[in-house]
Design a protein around this ligand. Structure first.
Ligand SMILES: Cc1cc2nc3c(=O)[nH]c(=O)nc-3n(C[C@H](O)[C@H](O)[C@H](O)COP(=O)(O)O)c2cc1C
Length: 236
């Protein structure tokens, strides 16, 4: 199974250790081929808001040197694993900066059909609060990229570092990861026959209508035309 791991922080703390426990459990079922990116090292820029990705293509992003390898790995993976600690009740700033750079491939712009049979997993940890909101931020990107099946792991570790997480809690996390790995392997086996996400079908239908009238962004429209989506082809 090909897995892309995007670490939303570079610290080998609770979030990273949870990710490692998951990979360890997943590896018991499958041979896992991992491509790992760590933020901010592997994408150290904020989005300039220049709109160039939307209007001229993602290769014209001033940060494409960093963004393109991540996009390639996203499209090649079976499982997309994105992690983040809770910072100020949301994802880390460095992860948000990456997600901003990937809006060009949202259903509302130029969705990549390779994303439509992927599995997404978010792993988030917090000292106390904010897991719901943080997970939702990651899930929004999964949803708008058109990812087919989404899982999340959230844990209030009640600690500032992994060594302060009680052994009992670490064991409970390992057990939860074992269950999650089992579920994900099962989902991967039947990915083609899993139900299509309703949000994705609805959004695709709405965007198709919008793209037919799109006079404001020929680059986006061309993408939809090239896929055949404006002349009856269906991606799912
Ligand atoms: C800058 C910063 C902001 C944080 N904001 C929150 C917060 O809003 N709510 C909370 O409960 N914990 C907050 N925390 C605590 C972390 O979410 C928590 O300790 C997490 O497990 C750290 O993950 P790590 O060990 O992978 O670095 C914050 C920590 C940092 C460094």
């Amino acid at each position: 199974m090909k897995v892309i791991v995007i670490n939303g922080n570079s610290r080998h703390g609770s979030t990273w250790n949870c990710m490692k426990l998951f990979i360890q459990e997943l590896s018991k079922y499958k041979t896992v081929e991992i491509t790992e990116f760590t933020l901010p090292k592997d994408m150290p820029h904020f989005c300039n808001g220049c709109f160039s990705c939307f209007y001229n293509g993602e290769n014209t992003c001033p940060h494409s040197l960093y963004v393109n390898p991540i996009v390639t790995s996203l499209t090649e993976a079976d499982l997309i694993l994105i992690t983040s600690p809770v910072y100020a009740m949301d994802v880390s700033g460095q992860l948000k900066a990456l997600l901003d750079h990937l809006c060009f491939m949202w259903l509302s712009h130029r969705p990549n059909p390779k994303m439509f049979n992927k599995i997404g997993l978010s792993i988030t940890t917090t000292a106390g609060a904010g897991l719901g909101h943080t997970t939702k931020t990651i899930k929004n990107s999964f949803k708008f990229w058109g990812v087919k099946k989404v899982f999340s792991f959230k844990n209030p570790v009640s600690a500032m570092k992994w060594s302060d997480v009680s052994l009992k809690k670490q064991e409970a996390i390992q057990k939860e990861m074992a269950k999650l790995a089992r579920k994900i392997v099962k989902a991967a086996k039947s990915i083609d026959s899993l139900p299509k996400p309703i949000f994705r079908s609805l959004m695709f239908f709405l965007m198709k209508g919008m793209m037919k009238k799109n006079t404001w962004n020929p680059y986006d429209r061309k993408h939809w035309e090239n896929q055949g989506w404006l002349s009856g082809s269906k991606p799912f």
